[in-house]
Ligand binder design. Structure first.
Ligand code: UDP
Ligand code: MG
Length: 309
């Protein structure tokens, strides 16, 4: 008999944990018929509410429920990594606890996987119920990534994904500290079938992603899967050199015709401000990559476990 592990990262999801279990188990007859055993792995990402208690309650009723609990909040990326590392299944599926990744899609996804794909991934075609500013920036991010990264990162892709053991092992072999799972999925390759669905709103509680957090996360993604920003300094440098040569030429001609080479200090100030602005900006980009490299070379663990059931 094969085993399917359902990995659920949870951060302050006490209200959603039991609901999620109920919804997921509606798929039980389908998997029984296929001869697939189900196993549920809740990864508690340092929740400060009753998430752990709720999972333990479920575990008393059903021994197929497992728990890995972190010593503090390490972020969803770490929770995903821990989930994959602790999953024993021949197949693994990643799902959010808030039922935004509808468990009802699971049978369809499994059927597709059986047709020979290595993973079946989901993307939402609408962003219904999301602030328009957020949607706008999200779209910009994906368009930018398409231009500056060679790794395929699908617009609207969710982390809801069913994978074979082979693909899970490939993802686990990527030991980086700055994890951007959406990019990692693309980087490892393998054949992926995409299925689309309308956005579903969160069941209970609130999203853990503020606009600012998402913005910083997008910078992580850019740093992790593109080095194009590092070329910006060279490109800008070359551009300014060309402009400078043209201006030297212009000033020499003007001096020869009209005399007076000194007038125009306001334009000088503007040029100094602009060029130094560009320099600071480029130094900032360097700093970003340096900071990421610094975190990476420390080789700190991606997560720390407090309790494992
Ligand atoms: N999550 C987590 N650690 C965090 C933030 C979120 O494990 O630091 C989990 C959260 O419990 C949920 C999933 O990641 O199961 C997605 O989070 P959320 O629903 O807040 O994000 P959104 O769906 O709004 O993008
Ligand atoms: Mg959500």
């Amino acid at each position: 008999m094969s085993l399917l592990t359902v990995v659920v990262p949870c951060y302050n999801e006490e209200e959603n944990v039991p609901f999620f279990y109920g919804e997921l188990m509606k798929n039980e007859p389908f998997f029984d018929e296929k001869g697939i055993e189900l196993e549920l792995l809740y990864v508690d990402d340092g929740s400060r509410d009753g998430t752990v208690t709720e999972v333990k309650k479920l575990r008393e009723k059903d021994q197929r429920v497992h728990l890995v609990s972190f010593s503090r909040n390490f972020g969803k990326e770490a929770a995903i990594y821990a989930g994959l590392e602790n999953a024993g299944g021949d197949y693994v599926v990643l799902m959010d606890a808030d039922l935004q990744d509808p468990p009802s899609l699971l049978p369809e996804m499994f059927d597709l996987l059986e047709q020979g794909y290595d993973s079946v991934a989901t993307r939402r075609v609408s962003r219904k119920g999301e602030p328009p500013v957020r949607s706008f920036f999200a779209r910009m991010f994906y368009r930018l990534m398409k231009k500056i990264s060679r790794t395929e990162i699908m617009d609207g892709a969710r982390d809801y994904r069913l994978m074979t053991r082979q693909m899970v092992d490939a993802i686990l072999s990527m030991q980086e500290y700055n994890r951007f799972t959406k990019g990692i999925f693309g980087w490892v390759g393998f054949s992926t079938k995409w299925i689309e669905y309308e956005n579903v709103e969160r069941l209970k509680g609130e999203t853990k992603w503020s606009f600012w957090k998402l913005f910083l996360y997008s910078l992580d993604g850019i740093c992790a899967f593109s080095t194009v920003p590092l070329m910006l300094a060279s490109v800008m440098g070359a551009f300014f050199c060309v402009v400078a040569f043209l201006m030297i030429f212009f000033i020499i001609i003007r001096k020869l015709i009209f005399g007076d080479p000194v007038s125009g200090w306001p334009s000088l100030v503007c040029i100094i401000l602009m060029v130094s602005g560009v320099q600071f900006f480029c130094t900032g980009i360097l700093g970003q990559y340096l900071a990421k490299t610094y975190m990476e070379v420390k080789r700190r663990p991606i997560y720390l476990v407090k309790e494992r059931l």
